[in-house]
Design a protein around this ligand. Sequence first.
Ligand code: AMP
Length: 388
Amino acid sequence: MIHFSQLNIFNKRVLIRLDLNVPIKNNIIQSHARILAALPTIKIALKKNAKVIIMSHLGRPKIEQFNPELSLFPIYQFLKKILKNNTVYFCKDYLNGVHINNGELLVLENVRFNIGEKENKSTLAKKYANLCDIFVMDAFGAAHRIEASTYGVMEFSPISCAGPLLISEIKAITQALKNPNRPMVAVIGGAKISTKFNILNSLVNIADKIIVGGGIANTFIAINNNIGKSLHEPKFIQQAKILTKKNNILIPVDSRVGTYFDNNTPAKIKKINEINNDEEIMDFGDQTIKNMVLILNSAKTILWNGPVGVFEFQNFREGTKILAKTIAKSNAFSIAGGGDTLAVIEMFSIKHKISYISTGGGAFLQFIEKNTLPTIEMLKKITMHKNI
Ligand code: AMP
C-alpha cells in the first residue's frame, strides 16, 4: 500500500476522498470533528503546492440529484474561513473536468448527488479518476463502503495511495486489537443490535472481558428473563446464549426501567428477573454499574463503542455517564468510535482523556470484526497490479 507521504505531489492534481459527513442543521455545522480530523491532510497537500481537490459524501440523499439540505457548501464556507492563505473554491459540476492552480483547494459537491456513486458504477469512477494524477483515500469513516468515490476510482486513477488519517486510524485500531496490553475490556452498547452481534463474535476471542449495554445487553437478558417492551433482537437470543459459554461477557443483574420511551419517564431500578410486561429497560441498575466499574478499573486496554443506556434521557444516563467518566479516569489505552459514542464523549467533555477517538462508525466496527476493510484491500491490490 502506498502512503501519501511517499509521493511527490508538487504541481500534481491530487484528489482526496475525505469523510466530511458532519451533522448540519439549517446550514449550520453541528460538529466540526470530522472536518478538523481531515484538515491536516488538506494542509500538507496545499503546503506542497499540489492542485488539491477534495470530495466527500454528506448524508443519505434519497435520489441521486442535488438537494440543498445535503450540500457541502457550508463545509466549503468553513474551510474557506480556516484556510485564509489559500484560494478555496466550490464546484457543483465537476464530472467533465475542473480547472485549478497549484496551492489552491477545490471542494466538490456531495458525491452522492452523482448517478452511480452508491452502486460503484465504473463510468462515474472513471470520471473521478480523470480529475486527478493522484488519488488519496483518506476517508476512514467511509472506508468500508464499495462506492465509486471510495473504491471504484482507484481502478482508474494513475496512482492511488492511503492518506495520513486512514493510516493513523488503521494503526491505532490494530494496536488495540493485536497484542493489546491486558486485560483488554471491550464495551459494546447502543441500538444497532445485528451489526454489533457480528462484532461480538470476533471480540469474545480477542477481549478478556466484554461489557454489553443497550439493546445488545437486553438480548442477553432475554435468554432467561421477561424483558417487557425492551429493545432487543429475538433472532439473536440463541447466538447470545452461545456467546455466554465463553464466560467473559458481563450481563446486567439489574436495570433502570420505565413505562414509556420519553425524557420525563421516571426510572425504577429492578432486578432483571422482576421486569413487567409494560416496562422497558433503558439503562444499567446500580449493582451492574458497580460491576462495570470494577472491570473497567482492572483494564489496561479499553475498546468502546456505544452508550449502555438511553443517555439522551436524563433519568437513563447514569450508566453511560459512569462508563464515560471511568474510562476518562483510567490509565488504560482507550480507543472509542462510532457515531453516538462521540456524542457521549462530547456530552461529558472527556475528549482529551480518551487515548484515540476514531472518526469511523461502521468502518470502525467492521475493521474490528474483519481486521481489514474493502478499500484497504483495494489499496493493497492496485499497488501489486501496477507494480509500484
Ligand atoms: P448505536 O448507534 O448503535 O451506538 O446506538 C445508540 C443509541 O442507542 C442511542 O441513541 C441510545 O439512546 C440507544 N440506546 C441505548 N440503550 C438503549 C436501550 N436500552 N433501549 C433503547 N435504546 C437504547
